[in-house]
Ligand binder design. Sequence first.
Ligand SMILES: [Fe+2]
Length: 243
Amino acid sequence: MPGSGYYDLHLHVLPGLDDGARTVEASLEMLEGLAAVGYRHFVATPHCDDHRFTYGWDKVDAAYATLRDAVERRGLDVDLRRGAEYTYGPRFHAHVTERRAVTLADSRYVLLELPEAFMPATMPTALFDVGAHGYYPVLAHPERCKPFHDDVPRLAELANGRALVQVSFRSLAGTFGRTIKRTAWRLVTDEVADLVATDCHSPRELKKVVQPVIKALAKRLDPDHFDRLMRRFPARMLAASAG
Ligand SMILES: [Fe+2]
């Protein structure tokens, strides 16, 4: 049976913006489906990169306002806030150094996707530098990065004191193949992952990804570990920054 009050700090639920929800109806379906398995707190994280998702924040704000209105009209009891998923690159660097990065629900945490094919030797310094500007990086699905496949200690060493590790439901479900699935589960069971997030892009993923992964997590983890990943840790992240 599902628990309640879970946090999802990474999902593409804003309508008509990136490769996530296409319509407001799809956004509502995603939120309703996630609420049905126990989620209550959401931080919408549209992509923000240098090539494909380069829309301005006025567009993001408009999509966010549209969805908040729709949620209210539908009477959904969810807490929806805003963030972004940055791709490591010049735009991210500019936002950080100019101290105008879009953080997760106005916390100090920035969601950051690292390059998947290789890890630049300068990455530890780069992450440290993000911290020096007052932000703290949350690594989005690092299990998808080739250098960390079957090398959990390498990721643990990079993240140590510099970043949090967020594993994606899509990886845990096997969407990206067996190696990434195995690495994702290792990160969770070895307690290298600080949190998990659905990274949900469409209502189709509710049945294919979200429901089976919640079930598998509840089965494989002890209740305290499960509750920490799904609720306590993300709650503390947002609360620490609110005050
Ligand atoms: Fe994402």
